[in-house]
Design a protein around this ligand. Structure first.
Ligand SMILES: NC(=O)c1ccc[n+]([C@@H]2O[C@H](COP(=O)([O-])OP(=O)(O)OC[C@H]3O[C@@H](n4cnc5c(N)ncnc54)[C@H](OP(=O)(O)O)[C@@H]3O)[C@@H](O)[C@H]2O)c1
Length: 336
């Protein structure tokens, strides 16, 4: 018995290329005591993976050259040496761009989606990105009714949830997304009050039109030109939820940041967020949001790529805005 997995062959300089990765066949791993063998159903592809292959020091260790790419999966338990799991259980929490993964049972969570909620939702709207949006809005954004909130990468996994939470809090919500199709989705399906196409090249004018009194809360997912345009428009006591800056993940040199003196004058609050800091938030968010997803009041969109062999190309596209919604790879069927 063998398994397929994607390994990191070499570290990219700038944008990753297919040659930086390889799909390899390996012997099937066997679970040791306390471990569980899963067959992968869905693999999540996320922007943070660019950091893991860079070799730069970060809050998480880099993937070694020759090592398996890491990524959260939804899997079916095939064999278990942990009494908490049995063959047939569906779990989230195994990591690896692989057809099969062995994981300590202590890192896995059994899931049982309510009717109408697909398994893949536990990697997106009900998974790590959804929790990121919830944590950012709860701990940092603290949005009040009537405030103006700007959400970058608004059609994506984190941004789509963050904006809908701001709407639920009574804010006026403006999204920023790449291209007219994404902007229509953000306004018409997600219910944002407006959306700016950052690829159209008139960010400042559009922000002035849609946020004439300034911005109370900015959910930062991209950095770059948008951050520069938002910064002078933040209001007194504005908040910036520093979640990520995908526009610079492939950069080989970094541009200077904003003038921090404005933090003093405007009493701004900028706070970084790492979703794993509060693991308890996952169960909290799922209990809150699963009924919203089941009833259709919390909208989301998935971009499903089929086949582990297509994961590399999809991941490269994610760093350039080619995905439309939460990017997942279907690696195997829900049931065999
Ligand atoms: N801190 C944490 O714990 C944490 C956890 C999860 C995610 N994050 C961060 O949250 C952000 C969004 O992640 P996600 O999973 O929701 O991804 P996503 O929005 O589903 O996909 C990434 C999106 O980023 C945008 N993008 C890509 N390259 C860009 C560029 N050069 N300039 C501007 N926009 C670009 C694209 O959207 P457009 O086409 O609309 O521009 C793309 O679709 C990322 O920065 C990620 O690192 C942080």
């Amino acid at each position: 018995m063998t398994r397929m997995s994607v390994i990191l062959k070499s570290r990219p300089h700038g944008a990753p290329k297919p040659a930086n990765f390889a799909l390899v066949e390996q012997p099937m791993p066997l679970p040791a005591p306390g471990e569980v063998l899963t067959r992968t159903i869905f693999l999540s592809l996320d922007p943070y993976m660019r950091g893991r292959i860079s070799g730069r020091a970060s809050y998480a260790a880099p993937i070694p050259e020759g090592g398996d790419m890491t990524g959260e999966t939804i899997g079916e338990v095939l064999a278990s040496h942990d009494p908490a799991f049995a063959p047939g259980d569906i779990v989230v929490g195994a990591y690896g761009w692989a057809s099969h993964v062995v994981t300590p049972g202590s890192r896995l969570t059994k899931i049982a989606p309510p009717a109408g909620v697909p398994l893949s939702a536990y990697l997106g709207v009900l998974g790590m990105p959804g929790v990121t949006a919830y944590s950012g809005m709860t701990d940092i954004g603290q949005v009040k009714p009537g405030e103006t909130v700007v959400i970058s990468a608004a059609s994506g996994a984190v941004g789509s949830v963050a904006g809908q939470l701001a709407k639920r809090a009574g804010a006026r919500v403006i999204g920023v997304a790449g291209g007219p199709e994404k902007c229509i989705f953000v306004q018409e399906s997600l219910g944002f009050d407006g959306c700016i196409d950052h690829r159209a090249g008139n960010l400042e004018t559009e922000l002035d039109l849609l946020c004439p009194d300034g911005i109370d809360v900015y959910f930062e997912n991209v950095g770059g030109a948008l951050q520069k345009a938002v910064w002078p428009r933040l209001k007194v006591f504005g908040r910036m939820i520093m979640c990520g800056m995908v526009a610079q993940y492939n950069a080989t040199a970094f541009e200077p940041g904003p003038n921090l003196m404005e933090v003093v004058g405007k009493r701004l609050r900028l706070q970084g967020l790492i979703v794993s800091d509060k693991p308890e938030r996952f169960a909290e968010w799922r209990a809150l949001a699963a009924p919203w997803v089941a009833e259709g009041s919390l909208k989301y969109r998935e971009d499903v790529v089929t086949g582990l062999e297509n994961a590399v190309e999809a991941f490269i596209g994610l760093l350039d805005g080619q995905n439309f919604g939460k990017l997942v790879v279907r690696v195997g069927p829900d049931h065999i």
